[in-house]
Design a protein around this ligand. Structure first.
Ligand SMILES: C[S@@+](CC[C@H](N)C(=O)[O-])C[C@H]1O[C@@H](n2cnc3c(N)ncnc32)[C@H](O)[C@@H]1O
Length: 242
């Protein structure tokens, strides 16, 4: 049978796709790599069918490989017997733990794998932060953990912004305007959208930033009218005040 890698979206049960929900409901066992993905999955499947897998928080490659081999060893026989799922927040193919599992399974086991895409933070941020990426504009995806401030591209989404004040300082010095989004479209924790680095100064892994070079000179988008602001501000789920 098949292992389904299911993207759960940014963290609200109603942003799981229809296909994702149907696949979750068909699965004999749903493996979750963390507390947040478990809480979203559990809105669609009974707890008795959910199984937790834990992975070490380390950059040690050997330790990580050992953990992924153990996870693949647990999942492979179940996936061969029946319908099995492994869930990740966002999309399974975007900066995701699922990539490690898929590579390990491909290297050591013979298991059919199918991916059900999810709403990634890469796209959800546009609605949450009220930003429109118009046709023709380029956007780079980077990591900014531990206070680093990547620079270069005109527009960047930065993941893992764990030390906002330090990252902010570097970006401002390099000529960027920055907006931060924390726990966007998530059921747990407070959603914050702000351009004030002090408002998100404490560490929260689920923080991203959108950085845009000041004064970039783009062609105006089609149907741009003077005096209108097309920016959206509603998070859709109405969870600003969670
Ligand atoms: C390892 S990446 C996982 C990305 C995920 N696979 C996706 O497609 O959205 C984790 C980073 O994504 C960002 N992120 C994911 N979900 C988020 C959310 N709901 N709100 C804010 N940032 C989020 C954070 O920067 C976090 O550190």
């Amino acid at each position: 049978m098949t292992l389904y890698g299911i993207g759960l979206g940014p963290g609200r049960a109603d942003l799981v796709t229809v296909r994702g929900k149907q696949t979750l409901q068909r699965a004999d066992v749903v493996y979750t790599p963390g507390r947040l993905s478990r809480s979203v999955a559990s809105e669609h499947v009974p707890d008795t069918r959910i199984s937790d897998l834990s992975f070490p928080m380390t950059h040690d490659a050997d330790e990580l490989r050992t953990a992924w081999k153990a996870a693949a060893g647990e999942i492979a026989p179940r996936a061969r017997e029946g319908c099995t799922a492994f869930v990740t927040l966002g999309d399974p193919n975007v900066y995701s733990t699922f990539g490690h599992l898929r590579r390990t399974l491909e290297a050591f086991h013979s298991v059919e794998i199918e991916i059900v895409p999810g709403v990634s933070a890469v796209t959800a941020f546009t609605t949450a932060l009220g930003i429109e990426i118009t046709a023709g504009s380029s956007l780079a995806l980077r990591e900014a953990a531990g206070g680093v401030a990547p620079t270069g591209p005109d527009r960047m989404i930065l993941f893992k912004v764990t030390d906002v004040p330090s990252t902010h300082e570097g970006l401002i010095e390099s000529g960027y305007d920055v907006v931060y989004g924390r726990r966007l479209f998530m059921e747990s924790g407070e959603t914050v959208v702000t351009d004030d680095p002090q408002a998100v100064a404490d560490r929260d892994y689920y923080t991203l930033a959108y950085a845009e070079k000041r004064g970039i000179d783009d062609d105006p988008p089609t149907a741009a009218f003077e005096g209108t602001d097309t920016r959206a501000t509603d998070l859709g789920g109405g969870n600003h005040d969670e």
